[in-house]
Design a protein around this ligand. Structure first.
Ligand code: ADP
Ligand code: NI
Length: 219
């Protein structure tokens, strides 16, 4: 099988399905996760076919947009891979990664057994940090009708994925930094991911610092 050709075909299919949407889950999120996953995956000597396919298909149907049903995405991903004649053991590996990928709240542990899954999870998390993470948080917050910030509305450390899902429309975008984004640095799986996370985490802190000073008219 001509792997590069199949990847190009699946890439086109993902572009068509995801298109452009306003919550930070458009094709360009996939593009960035794929680029970061390739960077980390090569350093970690992962199986790059599995890494690339999982990065491409990881958000094909996000659970947040299916009333919390997190089985839709992995099922669709398996269908696409099978249609493109990807070997069944690769389909299984990629499907499992997509099932286990998403962040479900501060107190909900996520387990990712394979190095390929760890790589893609790190890449996905990195896209919620740094300058792009800031942009995505406010884009998503606007989509969900959230205020930017409200000093009386405190962050909540969600202990279940149901709580985390429900909180989507109740908190502020700044709360999301505390409920998720600032926690990601310590949840990186790989050494290469940890290194990239350091700079992006620092940027989030600098951003918040400036935000709060501006809020009070200090600078
Ligand atoms: P990912 O694709 O990285 O798994 P999510 O699906 O959790 O990310 O969310 C997509 C983007 O929207 C991320 O950058 C995330 O931080 C942001 N986001 C998710 N939930 C919220 C929220 N409740 N408020 C603000 N931003 C959010
Ligand atoms: Ni993603």
């Amino acid at each position: 099988m001509d792997t590069q050709k199949i990847i190009a075909e699946i890439t086109q299919e993902v572009k068509d399905i995801m298109g452009s949407e306003g919550t930070g889950h458009d094709w360009w999120h996939i593009y960035r996760v794929l680029a970061t996953a390739k960077n980390i995956g090569q350093q970690e000597k992962a199986d790059m076919l599995v890494v690339e396919l999982a990065a491409l298909l990881h958000d094909i149907a996000d659970w947040k947009f299916h009333e919390g049903d997190d089985t839709v995405g992995p099922k669709l991903a398996r269908e696409i891979l099978t249609k493109h004649q990807i070997a069944s053991e690769v389909v299984e590996q990629v499907g499992e990664i997509i099932e286990k990928l998403s962040f479900k709240g501060a107190g909900v542990a996520s387990q990712m057994p394979t190095i390929e899954g760890k790589v893609v999870q790190d890449a996905d998390r990195l896209d919620a940090m740094g300058a792009i993470g800031v942009a995505r948080a406010f884009a998503y917050g606007g989509h969900a009708g959230r205020p930017l910030y409200d000093p009386d509305n405190k962050p909540v450390m969600h202990q279940t994925k149901e709580d985390y899902y429900k909180a989507k429309s109740q908190g502020t975008s700044i709360n999301h930094f505390y409920e998720k984004l600032l926690l990601l640095k310590d949840r990186m799986n790989t050494e290469a991911g940890k290194k990239l996370a350091q700079g992006r985490h620092k940027f989030l802190q600098t951003y918040l610092d400036q935000f709060f000073q501006e809020w009070e008219g200090k600078i």
